[in-house]
Every structure is written in C-alpha cells, then in structure tokens.
Design a protein around this ligand. Structure first.
Ligand code: BES
Ligand code: ZN
Ligand code: ZN
Length: 468
C-alpha cells in the first residue's frame, strides 16, 4: 500500500473516501457537524458512522470516546478498521482527531493502522479489493515517523503471510528461501545450515525434532550489522508444522499448527525492519526450522539428545518440541556474543490458559530487559505480562539421564517449565522469552488483523531496538 502525508485541509484532498476520527468531547469538523448531529453520532468508543455522499464522497466517522482516554492505540485501531470497511475505495484520506495531540505519534499510528488493517491473505483465491493508497492528513514533521511506521507494518504483514501460508508450501527449506530472498532485497547477510552442517555442528535438538519428516530441518541466521557496534540476538521458534510428533495431537489441536513458526517469522521480520530503518543497533535473528511429524524416523519418548552447547535433554513428550529446537538455536546465538538475547515462540497452551489470546507471556532473567519489553508492548498495543521464572520448579524438569527433561511431567505451570528449560541454553547473556502461543494466531479477526497470523511481537521489538 502506498502511504503519503499531506497537511492540506482534509476536504481538499483528492481521495475516494475520507476517514475522520472523532472524540465525544471535541468538536467535529465544521463541514461534518450537521451530518453527525442529524445522525445522532456521539463518537462513543468503537462506534462508526458512514455518511455516503458528504462533499460528493463517502466519509467514515470513527468514534474514539473521550479525548483524555483515547491514545495512539485507539487511533491505530480505528484507522485499521476504517480501511477494512472502505476496502472498495482505492484511495482514502485519513485524518487525525480534533482534541487529540496532532503530532508525529498520532500520524504514525494512523499510517501503521492503515497498513496493518488493509492486510489480507487470499491464498489461491483471486485477491479481493483493498485500499491501495492512503493519505494521512497530519503535520509535515510526521514524515519520518510515518515512514518508520509503514516499514514496520510492512514487515508485520510479511510475517503474517508466512504464518498464514499452508505448511505444505512453507517447509523449513521454503522458510529459509523466503528469509534469503527478503534478506538479499534489503542487504542483510544470511547463513542457512542444512542437515549436514547441523550434524557436524552438534545441533542434536533440531535434528531430533526434524528427523520425523521428509522435509529436512534448517537453521536460519539473518544478520543486520547496525552502525554502533552493538548486537542483539533474536531467536524465534520455526516449527513449520507441529503434528505433535509420535505423541500426535488430535485433529482439532493440530488444525492451525502451520502457525508454529510465527516466532521465527517475527524475528526475521524484526531483523529486516531494523535493516530497512537503518537502526544503530545490529541484529542477528536465528530460526531453527523443522517439521514435528510422526514417522519411522521420528524422535521418540525416552530419547536423549545432545545440544549445541554440550548440554542434553531427555525427551519425555515429543509435542514439547519447541524448546528442544530453541535450545540449539539459543546456544548458537550466544556463541555470536550478543549483548542480550530475546526469543519468541508459540510454546505452550499454559500461557493461553493464563493470559488468553491478547496478552503475550514474558519470562526472563534480566529485570531491565523484561520491564522494557512490557512497557514498550503497552505503548504499541501489544500487551505482555510477566510470569515468574520460578526456580523452585526446576525440579520438575530435572532428568536422571540428561541436563533437563523436556516437559514437567504431571506438574502444571508449563510456561515456566519451558522457560526454565530454555534458560539452560542462554549462557551468561541477559535473556527474555516471549511465549506467543496465544497471541500469534487468532481464529477470529481483530481490529488490526483478519483471522489468522497476527504478526505479534514485531512492533514491540522494533521499537525496543530503536531505543537501544
Ligand atoms: N506448538 C505447541 C503450543 C501451541 C499451542 C501453540 C496452541 C499455539 C497454539 C507446542 O509445541 C506444544 O504442543 N506444547 C505442549 C507442551 C507440553 C506437551 C509439555 C503444550 O503446551 O501442551
Ligand atoms: Zn508441540
Ligand atoms: Zn509447537
């Protein structure tokens, strides 16, 4: 989608439809006041009014509630809903709300909402109509903020495409290919380890989990150098399909498991966004990609796997495969000496039970890092909540034959078990883990996305990195 900025009055802009956010306690624009009054539109939150022929073209008014209560998140969501509603109009002008700060942050939120809201995944069907070009009506100084918001949202949409692509098409090799193509386009370095290199390098976790499939695993590494000599490691779970392995899931439980690579897609997308934005801090994104399938060559309960850093895991549940591949990927990443490492993974049902589908679970061993991610997530409308990395539960993942076992047996708190397992592979590097099992893929549409992959995490991480 094409996004431009104009500081002309809204009514002078050449567009097929207009979008006007309105607060309950601020005046509507003069040209709209009469129409809003006669329709009794009060601008309560989440309400909207489409006036078909105001000034010869449709105008969509979006209610934002009281100006003191609405923030950039409300504006972003309203813009996203508006472009979806106006999908039949190729060009749309979106304004800011009277009574709301008119600065760059608001304009960027509108631009970001428009690009996110226009996203669709049509698969093999002919594309449905969508808004092709938007003009944000805002102050000239918002130019750079809008550009950054648009780039970030495009990267979110790229990750969404990967999450929505059927697993039959997005194999580990195909994911590596997508990463390679995107990295080449934007000047990042890529390294892909195939089975032979994984064997030589001692990546027993990735090989074990990937062993059950005819589509062999990969380790994907994408690097953006940055300009200040600092590097952050981003590790994302890249299970392109999770059938559960020999401990096979039910049909229902397996239905959306093409989404089990959304953490990996998020980290690749964040690295690409960092490069496109030219952020000072460098990024290395590492994605262990594998299919977790049952077969004659699948890894088995009772197997003991040796990981990249020499530690080992006892496989007590083949469906707890995410932590097993992440173990190797984390060990690989800390060898590259990043100043901190963040991982994102669709890891546990437990986090969905605890926090539902709109709040990401976060655990880690560095207070400042965890608090920073939570605060940044709140700012950009991606809420995260910290769960305790309670070391008392380490006994639940103790193994008689390996460093750790890969499930907590009959004990609950699996989001914590998974994080404790991962921490074994992070060396001395400050680390935070995002469990996005609930937030990565939604069966229903939300304000910012249609049903399917949400692209969660990217906006938070890009913003976090841009402030380092
Ligand atoms: N990929 C799943 C977790 C998941 C569930 C992601 C729902 C997205 C939506 C993961 O590999 C898994 O199966 N986890 C198990 C681990 C358990 C067997 C220890 C779980 O959480 O039940
Ligand atoms: Zn699983
Ligand atoms: Zn999984």
């Amino acid at each position: 989608m094409d996004v431009s900025l104009s500081s002309l009055p809204m009514t002078d802009i050449d567009a097929d439809a207009l979008v006007v956010p309105v607060h309950t306690d601020a005046p509507a624009p003069d040209w709209a006041a009469e129409a809003l009054a006669s329709a009794r539109f009060t601008a309560e939150p989440d309400t909207e009014l489409l006036v078909p022929g105001l000034l010869d073209r449709p105008a969509l008014f979006m209610g934002l509630g009281r100006s003191t209560e609405a923030d950039a998140n409300a504006l972003r969501r309203a813009a996203a809903r508006a472009v979806r509603r106006l999908a039949d109009f190729p060009t749309v002008a979106l304004g800011l709300a009277e009574g709301h700060p008119q600065g760059s942050e608001a304009a960027a939120a509108v631009a970001e909402g428009a690009v996110l809201g226009a996203y669709r995944y049509d698969g093999l069907r002919p594309p449905k109509p969508a808004v092709r070009s938007v003009t944000v009506v805002g102050p000239t100084e918002a130019k750079d903020a809008i550009r950054a918001a648009v780039i970030t949202a495009e990267c979110v949409n790229w990750a969404r495409d990967l999450g929505n692509t059927p697993a039959g098409r997005l194999t580990p090799a195909a994911l590596a290919q997508e990463a390679t193509t995107a990295a080449a386009e934007h000047g990042l370095k890529v390294r892909v380890l195939t089975k032979k290199a994984l064997r030589a390098g001692g990546y027993g976790g990735i090989l074990g989990v990937g062993g059950g499939s005819d589509n062999p695993p990969r380790l994907i590494e994408v690097r953006y150098a940055g300009t200040n000599g600092r590097t952050v490691g981003l590790v994302g779970k890249g299970i392109t399909f999770d059938a559960g392995g020999l401990g096979i899931k039910s049909g229902h439980g397996m239905a959306d498991m093409r989404s089990d690579m959304c953490g990996g897609a998020a980290m690749l997308a964040t690295a690409i966004a960092a490069a496109r934005l030219g952020l000072p801090t460098g990024v290395v994104a590492v994605v262990p990609a594998a299919e977790n399938l049952p077969s004659g060559s699948a890894y088995k309960p009772g197997d003991v796997l040796k990981h990249r850093n020499g530690k080992s895991s006892e496989i007590t549940d083949t469906d707890a495969e995410g932590r097993v591949v992440l173990a190797d990927a984390l060990a690989h990443t800390v060898e590259l000496d990043p100043e901190l490492v963040i991982d994102a993974a669709t890891l546990t049902y437990a986090v969905m039970h605890a926090l539902g589908d709109e709040i990401t679970g976060i655990l880690g061993n560095d207070r400042e890092l965890v608090a920073g991610l939570v605060a940044t997530g709140e700012e950009c409308g991606e809420p995260a909540w910290e769960l305790p990395l309670y070391r008392g539960y380490a006994r639940n993942i103790a193994s008689p034959v390996a460093t750790v076992r890969n499930d907590g047996g009959s004990e609950h708190a699996d989001a914590i078990h998974a994080a404790l397992f991962l921490e074994e592979f992070t060396g001395d590097v400050p680390w935070a883990h995002l469990d996005i099992a609930g937030t990565a893929f939604h069966t229903k549409s939300g304000d910012l996305h249609p049903a399917g992959a949400t692209g969660t995490g990217i906006r938070t991480l890009v913003r976090y990195l841009s402030r380092l």
